[in-house]
Design a protein around this ligand. Structure first.
Ligand SMILES: [Zn+2]
Length: 438
């Protein structure tokens, strides 16, 4: 097998100054095309009196774009909004966001922008060590969610065999993985754990399958060390994180050295990190909100898009893998709006998950937020391995409660839930619920 781990070695290892020259050129072309024809951005730029094409030096005057703006634009100009650079009949694909945080946003692509999407998956697959001949199993249903379409098509271009997991139960998917000797599993991190759980319940050891690589997105799990380790142990495979969003593209991928961060594909995307309150750039290594501009998608552009994701963007020193693309250290740390304030302490779901996933006995969990006087409190329900005695399960409960108190400095009540009673997720998990006030 030829593992060179690059999709385009020359581009991925460009010296920073050359990379920036390339970005400048691309940005100029991108803005010229977009601002000539795209009503959404034409209006946006005109409103602030920006007439000339902005360059890197005046980039900070370029307005941010938010998801709610795109949603409002669709409402004002149904059914697809005005963020379309070309006539509607040139668009050949429709996708929509999962709608976990509001109503789904429709996103259209032309053949050209779709090719750009696919290409992003070339970087993701190659960096993870996918080679021709790999059998790629996509554990998703056939739907307008963009997550699985680009890998489905790119895998074929790379000479892999694609195995679609649509219309199957989890057990059928397990059998399918074994029967067709899948070597790569693509799904959300939660679902990789769930599939392994279902396999074990049926006396099948997922690690005895031929799966050697798992690739995940949709949730931060694959960058949370305890979750990553758990997926790797259960599947006997190397687990990779990648990051993308329907309205942006698949902009982040982990390299095979897994140096603690997710590379941003800086050929196709401009990346910034700003303080979410002041919107001023943060220094490298500090936590900030991720801002992305998609240079590879004139047809449905986002310019200085506020992702709402909190990240720690590295400086420009190259990674040990040779890539000069900067990294999001620890992947997506959290969504800015996922933060909970429990008994006055700021808590992110990813910090809770980092603790929970260290407990091999816990198979699923769900948090319930409710008011206790003026403060929010959190009750964590856990499902513990059904083969354990009640006293052992009770010990897990107490140990978890103590670990959360020690690590977060916070009392979180933990309750045992009946086996199989908590929901499992195929797409983005929603594990935190707010209890309506009595
Ligand atoms: Zn690297």
């Amino acid at each position: 097998m030829n593992h060179n781990f690059f999709y385009d070695r020359e581009l991925e290892t460009l010296k920073r100054d050359q990379l920036e020259i390339r970005q400048q050129e691309r940005l100029r072309h991108f803005l010229r095309t977009v601002l000539e024809n795209n009503v959404f951005y034409k209006n946006k730029f005109e409103q602030i009196g920006l007439r000339d094409l902005p360059d890197f030096k005046d980039w900070e005057h370029v307005p941010f774009t938010t998801k709610s703006e795109l949603v409002r634009d669709v409402e004002a100009h149904p059914p697809y909004g005005s963020n379309l650079t070309f006539p509607l009949d040139q668009y050949i694909r429709l996708h929509q966001t999962s709608g976990t945080t509001g109503r789904p946003l429709p996103v259209l692509d032309t053949q050209e922008s779709w090719n750009g999407w696919k290409k992003c998956w070339g970087y993701i697959f190659r960096a993870a060590g996918v080679v021709p001949g790999d059998r790629i199993f996509l554990a998703f249903s056939f739907g307008p969610f963009i997550g699985f379409w680009p890998p489905f098509e790119m895998a074929q271009e790379l000479g892999c065999r694609v195995l679609s997991g649509g219309g199957q139960s989890s057990l059928q998917r397990i059998n399918f993985i074994f029967e067709h000797q899948a070597t790569v599993l693509v799904c959300t991190p939660s679902y990789a754990l769930h599939l392994a759980e279902v396999a074990q319940l049926h006396g099948i050891n997922p690690a005895s399958s031929q799966i050697r690589i798992t690739i995940h997105a949709g949730e931060p799990g694959a960058s949370i060390p305890a979750t990553k380790k758990r997926i790797e142990t259960l599947w006997g495979a190397k687990c990779y994180d990648h990051i993308g969003a329907s309205e942006i593209g698949a902009y982040g991928f982990e390299c095979h050295l897994q140096t603690g961060g997710v590379h941003v594909n800086e050929i196709d995307f401009l990346v910034e990190s700003v303080n979410p309150a002041t919107l001023k750039p943060v220094t490298p290594g500090e936590i900030g909100e991720l801002i992305i501009t998609s240079l590879n998608r004139c047809a449905y552009p986002v310019i200085r898009y506020r992702t709402g994701d909190l990240v720690r963007l590295s400086d420009t020193s190259p990674c040990a893998c040779g890539r000069t693309f900067r990294r999001l250290m620890g992947g997506i740390l959290s969504r800015a709006d996922d933060m909970m304030t429990i008994r006055g302490v700021n808590v992110y779901p990813s910090s809770l998950e980092a603790i929970l996933r260290e407990f091999q006995e816990i198979v699923e969990f769900e948090g319930q937020v409710s008011k206790d006087g003026s403060m929010d409190q959190l009750l964590m329900k856990i499902e513990v391995d059904g083969s354990l005695q009640h006293s052992e399960r009770e010990r897990v409960r107490l140990r978890l409660q103590e670990a959360m108190r020690m690590r977060l400095g916070l009392r979180i009540d933990v309750e045992l839930a009946a086996h199989g009673s908590l929901p499992r997720y195929e797409l983005k998990a929603r594990r935190y619920k707010r209890q309506a006030p009595q």
